[in-house]
Design a protein around this ligand. Structure first.
Ligand code: 5AD
Ligand code: SF4
Length: 424
């Protein structure tokens, strides 16, 4: 989502007459897009800003994104060389803010969260000519006890279905074949226009845009994930065989403390829908270990859930205290060392699951979208519908395969990727 925000900001800047340069050294104006989802990401921001101060004499610095929204004008105190601080909900005001900067205002801020608008911009500068992101909903109306997003990205705002479809068509005309629909919780998408599409309808229709061969979406909240989404995947070949469904914990007690609004059983019901689909849907998730009050038994429930679901891959994190969040007030915060121990156990268990699952692909022919060539290994990098990386050999002299759909047979499998040979 941040990567796509940067694409929109770059598009806006270019439309104002700025030119993008490849390195910070060459820039006069430096926009730094930031993440504050966990403490580590945030610390990195201040470290980098310090570095910029030393190396960036004569440059103008702007801080964008969630750290900007969260820290606001405090950033000017911590990093006095910064001249603009702007959260994502205010990006539609960037052109005016740039004018203020250029006309000599020392400091400019865009920190309002009460904007009605989504950041519509036809000016987005896409990084990848084959795969494109489209935001369908911004912000989040949930209040998960650990999460800073509702404070940094504000309340939910859905785009109209007409504008999402128009953007999809335009991208297809420009040569994109894969679209990834984005939102903090795409499942709570509600078309504000009279058509009143829900997310499953939007997804299906994006998959019907001529020229679009693959559609992905991220991220889903289990509470709002409905069976119609699985049915749409079953019926529409353009929708990818992959659902990312963050569980966070396998213990209903912890889920309740996290205010996730579902039980383990309800989550497993969604998994059952996907497992009984006609298509082989890869399932991935996010897990937090060491949430305040998580007991050894709760943690073991999460380990048991991994065995039960057999995810294709997971993102896993140690719980990190975030400003404004309700979990700060909970008792029984877990020691860092213990969180580290749990994370290592969880990741090792998942590694074994992935080794086992991926081994089952040996001998199978998969269609891949070729993402590029890895000079170090001499292999082409392909991505399957299930979002697995499949590296394969093909003579470079025979031309650039990037952006093409090819078939490759899996010959070897590791925990994190597949390797194979080109078929056609
Ligand atoms: N601590 C640890 N992990 C977090 N995430 C969000 N907030 C926190 C936090 N405070 C994780 C969740 C979410 C993913 C994007 O980041 O797993 O799904
Ligand atoms: Fe954060 Fe929960 Fe909203 Fe996801 S659904 S962005 S975890 S508050």
């Amino acid at each position: 989502m941040n990567a796509h925000d940067s694409e929109k900001v770059i598009g806006t800047l270019v439309s104002q007459g700025y030119a993008q340069v490849p390195t910070v050294e060459e820039a006069e104006l430096v926009f730094y897009n930031t993440c504050s989802i966990r403490d580590k990401a945030e610390q990195k921001v201040f470290h980098r800003l310090d570095q910029f101060k030393r190396d960036g004499k004569g440059k103008t610095f702007a801080v964008l994104g969630c750290v900007a929204q969260q820290e606001g004008e405090k950033i000017f105190e911590k990093a006095p060389h910064v001249r603009m601080v702007c959260g994502s909900a205010s990006y539609n005001q960037l052109p005016q803010m740039l004018v203020q900067l250029e006309s000599g205002n020392r400091r400019v801020t865009g920190l309002s969260l009460d904007t009605e608008d989504t950041f519509e911009t036809p000016l987005t500068r896409r990084d990848n000519p084959h795969r494109a992101y489209i935001t369908v909903i911004e912000g989040c109306d949930k209040s998960c006890a650990y999460c800073v997003v509702p404070f940094t990205r504000g309340p939910e705002r859905s785009r109209t279905s007409a504008s999402v479809i128009a953007e999809s068509r335009q991208l297809a005309e420009l040569g994109s074949t894969e679209i990834q629909l984005l939102g903090q919780n795409v499942n709570s998408y509600r078309d504000p226009s009279p058509a009143a599409w829900d997310f499953a309808t939007l997804l299906d229709n994006v998959g019907r845009v001529p020229g679009i061969r693959r559609v992905r979406f991220t991220t889903s909240h289990p509470r709002d994930f409905v069976k119609q989404i699985v049915d749409a995947i079953d019926e529409n070949p353009a929708l990818c065989n992959h659902v990312h469904l963050p569980v966070q914990s396998g213990s209903t007690r912890v889920l309740e403390a996290m205010q996730r609004l579902y039980t383990r059983d309800q989550y497993m019901q969604r998994i059952a829908w996907m497992k009984s689909a006609r298509r082989p849907i890869a399932i991935t998730t996010d897990v937090i270990v060491g949430f305040p009050g998580e007991t050894e038994a709760d943690f073991e429930a999460t380990l048991g859930l991994l065995d039960e679901v057999e995810y294709d891959s997971i993102f896993s994190f140690k719980y990190s205290r975030r400003p404004n969040t309700s979990a700060l007030a909970l008792d029984d915060h877990i020691a860092e060392e213990e969180k580290g121990r749990r994370l290592a156990i969880l990741q090792e268990k998942q590694r074994q699951i992935q080794i086992r699952r991926n081994a089952a692909y040996v001998g199978v022919v998969e269609e891949c979208l070729v993402e590029g060539f890895n000079k170090a290994t001499g292999q082409w990098i392909g991505r399957t519908s299930q979002n697995k990386t499949l590296n394969f050999l093909h003579p470079v002299e025979d031309g650039d395969l990037t952006g093409r759909y090819v078939e490759a047979r899996v010959t070897r499998a590791g925990p994190n990727s597949l390797a194979g040979e080109y078929v056609n």
